[in-house]
Design a protein around this ligand. Sequence first.
Ligand SMILES: [Mn+2]
Length: 323
Amino acid sequence: MMNDSIRSIATIIRELDGILIFPHINMDGDALGSCSALCLALRSLGKKAYVMIDQPVPKNLDFLECGCCTDDDSVLDEVNLSLMIDCSGMKRIKGREAAWNRGKLKGCIDHHQKGMTDIRYDFFRTEPMTAATGEIIYNLIKALDVEITLDIANCIFAAITTDTGNFQHSNTTKQSHDICGLFYKIEGFDSKKISALIYDRRSKEALRMESKVLGSLNFYGNGQIAVGVVSQALLEECGCTMDETEGLIQRIMSIDGIEIGVLFKQNPDCVRASIRAKNYANVESVARKFDGGGHVRASGCTFYGTLEEAEQDLVPELSKLLK
Ligand SMILES: [Mn+2]
């Protein structure tokens, strides 16, 4: 699939009204921040636009909702564009197929490696070297000639800070910093305030859960692979929800000598694996073997058996990546 330019996408969008924007399931700061930023920009052009979700917004991202989100398939009389953000296949918007199919045109703006996609897009852009989809959305909003308001800046800052792990991940670039740097010109912009909303509202229960996961990591490959497990039983025991595991994989990656970190999350119907690499391992190649994907140093995939089976399947493949 050809990568369309930001300019050509802006030209198409400028002519359209009635736009539904779709973040991926288990929305994160980049997905929701990017969607809301674009939705606000489209509304400032007088367009009818909504962010279509069917899961609750994670508590620490509640400020990114910005009056944009709805779960009502019929919120628009006419949908001229369905736009997927920060993801590219139907399984990433599971549960919202009916709303998606209403769009006369289909578009995609993403920063994951181009994989197989089951959708025929009218326009498509992915930038695998860009740290956050929020950066692409920023460039698109500029191309649409929309002024960056404080709300838009907050959404894009949240997108970039979360997908770069506070600018610590290897995906962080000059552009990541440059875009955020420009926000300081906007009256009222306060990066510390946004960071505090995202990172400093953890529950005691979540920290207890985190300490239990970190206290029982499994190590493989001479300590170069660390595996953490969040079971449903643990969530129940600690009284917290799966979205409170956000950031836990970063804690695992902070261990000295680790190259690869895995966090298995047991959902009611499957086991999700988040996989990270520190310096050199291409974990995306392994995630892809299990029908997943993502980025070279940050990927994910899904298993349909037990937690133990998932670990037994995944770890040997990851071990092959070690030097
Ligand atoms: Mn992203």
